[in-house]
Design a protein around this ligand. Sequence first.
Ligand SMILES: Nc1ncnc2c1ncn2[C@@H]1O[C@H](COP(=O)(O)OP(=O)(O)OP(=O)(O)O)[C@@H](O)[C@H]1O
Length: 369
Amino acid sequence: MRMITFDGVTKRYADGTVAVDHLSLEVPTGEITVFVGPSGCGKTTSLRMINRMIDATEGRILLDGVDVKTIDPPTLRRGIGYVIQQAGLFPHRKIVDNVATVPHLLGWDRKKARDRAMELLERVGLDLKLADRYPFQLSGGQQQRVGVARALAADPPVLLMDEPFSAVDPIVRASLQEELLRLQAELNKTIVFVTHDIDEAVKLGDRVAVLRVGGHLAQLDAPSTLLARPADDFVREFLGRDRGIRRLSFVTDEGVRLRTDLTVPASAEISSVRDTAEPWLAVVDEENRPLGWVSVKDLPESGTLADARPAPYGTFVRGRDSLRAALDATLLSPSRSAIAVDDSGRVEGVATREALDEALDKVAGGAGA
Ligand SMILES: Nc1ncnc2c1ncn2[C@@H]1O[C@H](COP(=O)(O)OP(=O)(O)OP(=O)(O)O)[C@@H](O)[C@H]1O
């Protein structure tokens, strides 16, 4: 249990700058809440008020109903992991010692702290051969993983992450995001994640708080709702281009009707399919895995479908992928239909363009668009 409540929180700095203005919102237990917004909108200030690196001028921040101002900062921070950009590792300590620092401070003996550190490094996907190196001997992405491991060391229920993945290249960034989602599925921490990147926000957030300059909350919603129904022009603009398409990432493929009459085994005689009215057929192997598309009018005179050269195909995983993935699969297939497979890659059926159009109509209808 660790729910965070902002109750009319204002931060006015000494020079009069109002960084956050009467912010009220709830960060639910066990979820990732992302604070996103343009530079200077008060994201970092809001985050740091939670662990009292900055104290609010007005209002209250409650942790499970207890005002953080009544908890002394060291005690408070013991229950709150903190990850920042460029990891902020101690440069003169080995990787394993960086992670073991907090358990050590908590009074664990050396071996137990070290074991815990190794376990966490493994968990965040770091090659354990790197444990005895120093931070400067690691890549930016590796250092970030260590930063996450260190924040998790005391097993805090709350994790604050301030632009943790901003300093690494897009590919490493994507893998760190995946890793965080994988970890979170196991750990269920209450996470507040700050970013200025809206794509990162909708990918990671269970809920996304969009802030505007001056620390005003513009909208707080699940990513799919945010993309479907931005509250105003500011949010719409901040979400950027391709909002409609991006939204399809959050729509499951479940509603898409599949046809099962468009697949044929590679062992079938060509003569048996020549008279079909369908222009394209999906060929499958004996285990019902896709081999590709064949154009019926271009089939050889005789033989089996194994003798026809199947063209490349796109697939999506039924029940797991989004409508966006299904649509993408159609673009990778000459038939413009997508092959639906199960988790083990066996064909469940074919989603035709008509079936996808129907599904898209339902989404557009439901958006109030
Ligand atoms: N110590 C300070 N004294 C005065 N003003 C400050 C101080 N720290 C931050 N500010 C101002 O408060 C506002 C919010 O800053 P904050 O760092 O919270 O924004 P942010 O949304 O995290 O920005 P960024 O994405 O650029 O990091 C900005 O206008 C900033 O200039």
